[in-house]
Design a protein around this ligand. Structure first.
Ligand code: AMP
Length: 419
């Protein structure tokens, strides 16, 4: 039997209504904040992510789906969207048309990670990017926007964590301090962190290994070594969040996996989800455009994982949608009336009713069972003595009441069903 590839999932019809619900909510909320939808290709030149995300990150060094196509171009299925959106702004010179471009997206992403609950190889993110203006007002807007969507979904156990990574020069100075602090403790670090000491020292903070945690808890903190400008911006972000009732925690160890972040970074965690608790992450990336293009354009954004949000909803017992029930099921009593039943269904569907019928010449009993399964509000019986008299029997399923209608009065049926 051929099955889905490890780490990928079918989204079956019963689940799709929840996906549509979230996607619709995202679209309407993004619109209120004046973010416009952008769609970019599923694959890009590999170099975009290598330069944009950074060679030393987990994504680029071990998770990307990269392959040579038939013309030997190295292409990669997108593991995240920010680099793609910035590429698009640069390519179409959108920054020259408008000083600030506020975009959002909903898209599948691909990373070859070890699958577990809330972690897949094809997963889906929605996110926003505000590109063109470097202002903490936008950093705060991102957090407020992401938080508002998660709140509107109905999630309760949310924690917003914020941090500032400073600008590159202060970060470099800080990395030296950290190197100095860790230098005589390297052998006590986990193997992964020993590697990170050389390639991406800040990421040691991401380690869940107890040995690393014990050592790192006494390390100097980046937040305590920021320059005044970064500190002031961080204060503005905090004040806006306070003024607008977004509860937050400062997490000076929040470094995030991607190289391109500068200054504000944030995550929104759900306490309802197990180990993969980050529903959303983002931050400012003022250096990214220059890394992949020919000019400097500041930006800030976030990405949220839809699978994880659905998992959190499930754990918090939030019922997002109900699958639609049928307005009407047409039961065919006489087998030779198929074309009549079919035409009634076509006419009523044209009038906007959700109508189902039997396609398999089943017994009346089976057809009734099907009507119940579909939660049909009404059942129309076609055949028997009524039909011989030129009539149809309409039954309301909630209270069992019945009405006899003229065979040609479909408008009457529509009126009754639409209430
Ligand atoms: P990132 O792009 O790594 O900052 O991730 C942003 C959000 O995307 C995370 O908070 C998750 O909700 C989601 N996410 C990231 N990687 C995965 C994955 N492999 N499977 C499912 N969701 C993911």
């Amino acid at each position: 039997m051929i099955k889905t590839i490890y780490g990928t999932k079918d989204i079956l019809p019963d689940a799709v209504s929840n996906w549509n619900y979230i996607e619709n909510l995202v679209r309407s909320q993004m619109q209120l904040f004046n973010y416009r939808e952008i769609r970019t290709p599923v694959f890009e030149e590999t170099v975009l992510f290598k330069r944009g995300i950074g060679e030393s990150t987990d994504i680029v060094s071990k998770e990307m789906y990269t392959f040579a196509d038939r013309s030997e171009t190295s292409i990669t299925l997108k593991p995240e969207m920010t680099a793609c959106v910035v590429r698009s702004v640069l390519e179409h010179s959108l920054d020259k048309i408008s000083p600030l471009n506020k975009f959002f997206y909903i898209s599948p992403m691909f990373r070859q990670e070890r699958p577990q609950a809330g972690r897949l190889r094809q997963f889906h993110q929605f996110g926003a990017e505000a590109i063109g203006v470097s202002s903490p007002l936008l950093d705060a807007e991102m957090i407020i926007l992401a938080y508002s969507i998660l709140k509107k979904i109905g999630l309760k156990n949310l924690v917003v964590k914020i941090n500032s990574l400073g600008i590159p020069s202060t970060r470099e100075n800080y990395k030296n301090l950290l190197r100095e602090f860790l230098k005589d403790k390297i052998s006590k670090l986990s193997e992964e962190s020993q590697k990170r000491f050389k390639t991406n020292i800040l990421r040691i903070f991401d380690s869940k290994d107890e040995r690393d945690q014990n050592i790192i808890q006494n390390a100097p903190l980046l937040l305590e070594h920021l320059d005044n400008d970064s500190l002031e911006k961080f204060e503005v972000v905090k004040k806006i969040l306070l003024d607008n009732s977004v509860p937050f925690e400062i997490d000076s160890k929040l470094v995030r996996g991607l190289d391109y972040y500068t200054e504000t970074t944030f995550e929104i965690i759900s306490k309802s989800v197990g180990s993969q608790s980050a529903l959303c992450g983002g931050g400012r990336y003022d250096l990214l455009a220059e890394q992949i293009g020919d000019r400097k354009i500041p930006g800030v954004g976030f990405a949220a994982g839809i699978e994880r949000i659905l998992l959190a909803c499930e754990n918090e017992k939030i019922e997002l949608t109900k699958n639609p029930s049928a307005d009407l099921y047409i039961v065919r009593i006489d087998q030779n009336l198929m074309s009549k039943v079919y035409s009634i269904a076509v006419s009523l569907r044209e009038q906007g009713l959700l109508v189902e019928l039997d396609y398999a010449a089943r017994s009346v009993k089976s057809q009734m069972r099907e009507a119940n399964k579909l939660g049909a509000d009404f059942v129309l019986f076609v055949g028997g003595d009524e039909y011989k008299r030129g009539e149809l029997l309409l039954k309301k399923m909630t209270d069992g009441s019945q009405q006899i209608l003229n065979i040609n009065s479909l408008n009457e049926i529509i009126k009754i069903i639409k209430g």
